[in-house]
Design a binder for this molecule. Structure first.
Ligand code: AMP
Ligand code: MN
Ligand code: MN
Length: 317
């Protein structure tokens, strides 16, 4: 497969590069890292995110190049950090099948012509960091900064249970190439806008807890009250996951398009990716998500009942 990918990349003249809606650090880091590596190799590149780039990532090299739709013809279509086509939004409607999909979700639907999917990888950006030299792309300082952002994002700063020595080695290599760990950590994981904090407050007020299942909701109204400009959870799920004594945390975020974004997080031994998959979403054993059509109340009811089934008769002492 490495040979196939090297050939695809070396033959490409003009690349459209896409990742998922409500982009997280890995979607952004992988998109920018790969986009810059291809640009530095002399290709024409369009880096496309339907929802654009959240402001806190504006310090990253290449951030000013991100566009919200495909604007000109291209010969090669690459999707990163995305387990299914729908999660790219509407930007690929009417386009041919992607030439290459690079991802680490165990629920990946193999929707590309070539699918490079490594479920044990901590981030798509970690796959790219390892594979760029094999595929003939250079990891320079700019590329390294973007890729380290992706790894930090998906591991919440190296603290998820899937962290492993190899991932730390990859991160160390990226630091040696010039990526500034402290700055990236501060800007993408630690620093919070007042709006984000207010938005968290709305979610924290509504917390519910029953037998190891912790959940809360964020409505469109909560978003307006907090003046929070994005349509994601502002990483509230990571704060909720710091609770003691839970098996599964579920966060429900009402969306303007008649859907509800659901995020699951679980403690070790409970695989939430399957429940998410049943609702048309996907993810990893310990972190999964889905975009579900329906009113907030209905989705909450349905999702909680399925999630309780997954927990069976586990009880917190
Ligand atoms: P999130 O809850 O959005 O932080 O996502 C947790 C994990 O599930 C990440 O690996 C996401 O890429 C994945 N995920 C979230 N939403 C979806 C979705 N609608 N479809 C497929 N995978 C998703
Ligand atoms: Mn992602
Ligand atoms: Mn990822």
């Amino acid at each position: 497969m490495d040979q196939q990918i090297s050939a695809l990349l070396s033959q490409a003249h003009s690349v459209a590069l896409v990742s998922h809606i409500r982009p997280d650090g890995d979607a952004i880091g992988s998109l920018l890292g790969m986009g810059l590596a291809l640009l530095h190799a002399g290709k024409k590149v369009q880096m496309v995110l339907q929802d654009g780039l959240p402001e806190k990532y504006n310090f990253l090299p290449g951030s000013e190049l991100v566009q919200r739709r495909i604007e000109s013809p291209f010969d090669t279509l690459i999707v990163v950090d995305c387990s299914d086509l729908e999660r790219t939004g509407v930007i690929l409607q009417g386009q041919n099948q992607p030439d290459l999909v690079i991802d680490h979700h165990k629920t990946n639907r193999d929707f590309g012509r070539i699918n490079y999917v490594e479920p044990q990888a901590v981030a798509t950006a970690a796959i790219l960091a390892e594979k760029f030299p094999v595929w003939g792309l250079e990891v320079d300082e700019e590329v390294a900064s973007c890729l380290l952002t992706g790894i930090l994002g998906d591991t919440i700063g190296f603290r998820t249970t899937n962290m492993n020595p190899n991932a730390l080695r990859i991160a160390a290599d990226l630091m040696e190439k010039g990526a500034d760990l402290a700055t990236i950590y501060q800007k993408t994981l630690l620093s919070r806008s007042i709006a984000e904090l207010r938005y968290w407050g709305q979610g924290l007020i509504n917390i519910r807890y029953e037998d190891g299942l912790l959940w809360t909701t964020l409505t469109l109204d909560d978003r307006i009250k907090a003046a929070y400009p994005e349509n994601d959870d502002a990483d509230l799920i990571n704060l909720l996951s710091s609770a003691a004594d839970f098996f599964v945390v579920v966060l429900f975020i009402e969306q303007a398009d008649g859907r509800v974004k659901v995020s699951w997080r679980s403690t070790e031994g409970i695989d939430v990716s399957q429940v998410a998959f049943e609702f048309g979403g996907g993810g990893h054993a310990a972190a999964a998500g889905a975009d579900i059509v329906g009113s907030l109340d209905k989705v909450v009811e349905l999702v909680l009942s399925k999630t309780k089934k997954l927990l069976g008769d586990r009880r917190v002492n």
